[in-house]
Design a protein around this ligand. Structure first.
Ligand SMILES: *Cc1c(COP(=O)(O)O)cnc(C)c1O
Length: 480
């Protein structure tokens, strides 16, 4: 292959990917938000034996675009209200493309000085934006899930070192048993992280959350007092997945300190409230914790594969992660990412986040946060007007919940089933997409806004779509 042919090959395939991306973006507002393809259809199109001889690259790219399109969840659509999934801004997406093209190995400063410096600068920017201690250490990981595992590894290092136990060398067999004390509403990714670092989900002490789905400091103290001398990690929530509520940080952290506990904060989306003048006070005191996690791929609206771990005590994180090998080139002055990160090779993960922060600025991020919170509140308020809607949670941040009932006399169980059917109908209609949750034993539809574009017209369109779905079901049910 001549150089000219090589360049043409890249150009043809990348231009094709660009055209498919362009069409995806330009039809975002018209296409069904929820996917239409069935699993069977996707399997039929994609499965088969390993190809013995390859295909033309351009044909592969074109085929993928055609075969996967209706199997995609258009979570980038501003009327996607499911789970907590952000979109991606043009700048973050463009930076992500460059990161793929450059294909850097972000292991050490010597494997890519560019990655090392962008990561270092971006980490400091994040600490500033999120109101965390300037000197905290950080790691760029795949998501909040791995950020939890990273922080818990640092916590494990520090707590066991305090008990004269070198966990990195001796492992956990025979070590003092660490317990994790957290609210009953803690996210499942925290439970998995506890498993990953070998502490076992059985060591989690779950404190029932109060009416507002928050941890009550007195209940936390009761939980801690049961085994006052045990090494402990207290996990607090900055933005509960269902209600968007925050645990009372100053009081909870004060209680945790009495028991020398390590305090970890799950702020997957909630930590971003710090960039909003309206919502910052919810995070008062959060900076006194020991470790924090958040995501770039949720509220910062960068493409997926972007989570951040922060640890106040740099030596704890390095103690858990640092590694020296004879074949690696360590730079004395530079920051080697491997000393902070659970991964070895990794992509230029910090680039989209760095680009997004540079493009939006503190002001732009704050406006994005406020816009999402406004949209969540407007949507729940608009739905509240409907006689068949019961508001379960009026958003105080960007998360709300509603339930639907077919008529006044419907039982709670009928309400559960009706709620699921309304959601199913809305999603089938394609105009918007919602997902459900079990909250205090009852099915609810979650209203979650973390897309940078979601605004008043999306609220109107979603309200109409939900109203129509309710009416269609009511007609179905009415006799005759
Ligand atoms: C999404 C979420 C997580 C998990 O984050 P990933 O980025 O999906 O790993 C953890 N906690 C909360 C509160 C979340 O919303």
């Amino acid at each position: 292959m001549t150089n000219h042919e090589l360049h043409q090959d890249f150009e043809r395939q990348l231009l094709s990917a660009f055209q498919h991306s362009k069409r995806f973006i330009e039809t975002e507002d018209e296409m069904s938000v929820a996917p239409n393809a069935t699993r069977a259809q996707l399997v039929e199109r994609l499965a088969g034996p390993v190809p013995e001889s390859g295909e033309d690259g351009l044909a592969v790219i074109d085929a993928l675009a055609a075969q996967l399109d209706d199997g995609l969840v258009r979570s980038t659509n501003p009327r996607f209200f499911g789970w907590v999934i952000g979109g991606r801004t043009p700048t973050a997406l463009a930076a992500d493309w460059l990161a793929s093209c450059w294909d850097q190995n972000g292991c050490l400063s010597s494997t890519s000085p560019a990655v090392a410096v962008v990561e270092e600068v971006c980490g400091k920017w994040l600490l500033d934006l999120l109101g965390l201690p300037k000197t905290a250490a950080f790691a760029f990981v795949t998501g909040c899930q791995m950020a939890h595992a990273t922080c818990l590894a640092a916590a494990r290092h520090r707590l066991l070192a305090n008990a004269n136990w070198d966990v990195e060398t001796q492992g956990l067999s025979g070590a003092p048993a660490i317990r994790i004390v957290t609210g009953s509403n803690c996210h499942g990714s925290l439970v998995r992280a506890v498993r990953f670092v070998g502490l076992g989900s059985g060591s989690i002490v779950s404190i029932p959350a109060d009416e507002g789905n928050q941890l009550c400091p007195a209940d936390l103290e009761d939980g801690l007092a049961r085994e006052p001398a045990r090494p402990t990690i207290v996990v607090l929530q900055a933005g509960d997945i269902n209600t968007g509520r925050f645990d009372p940080f100053p009081e909870c952290i004060e209680v945790a300190r009495k028991y020398d506990a390590w305090v970890h904060v799950d702020g997957a989306f909630g930590l971003w409230a710090n960039v909003s003048d309206r919502h910052r006070e919810k995070l008062n005191g959060v900076e006194k914790a020991d470790s924090w996690t958040t995501d770039g791929h949720k509220w910062l609206n960068v493409p997926h594969d972007s989570g951040f771990a922060f640890v106040a005590d740099e030596s704890a994180l390095r103690g858990a992660m640092a590694h020296r090998a004879s074949y690696l080139t360590h730079d004395a002055a530079a920051r080697d990412q491997i000393d902070y990160n659970p991964e070895w090779s990794k992509r230029f993960r910090a680039l989209p986040a760095y680009a997004a922060i540079r493009q939006l600025g503190r002001k732009g991020i704050g406006e994005m946060i406020d816009r999402a919170c406004d949209a969540a509140k407007q949507l729940v308020a608009a739905l509240a007007e409907h006689p068949m809607v019961e508001v379960v949670c009026m958003p105080t941040l960007n998360q709300g919940m509603v339930r639907f009932r077919s008529d006044e006399s419907a039982t709670p169980e009928e309400g559960d089933a009706f709620t699921d059917r309304v959601m199913e109908n809305v999603n089938k209609g394609g105009e918007a997409m919602f997902t459900g949750t079990l909250y205090r034993g009852r099915r609810c539809m979650r209203i979650s806004v973390s897309n940078w574009r979601t605004g008043p017209s999306d609220v109107r369109r979603a309200t109409v779509a939900i109203g129509e779905a309710i009416e269609a079901l009511a007609r179905e049910k009415a006799p005759g």
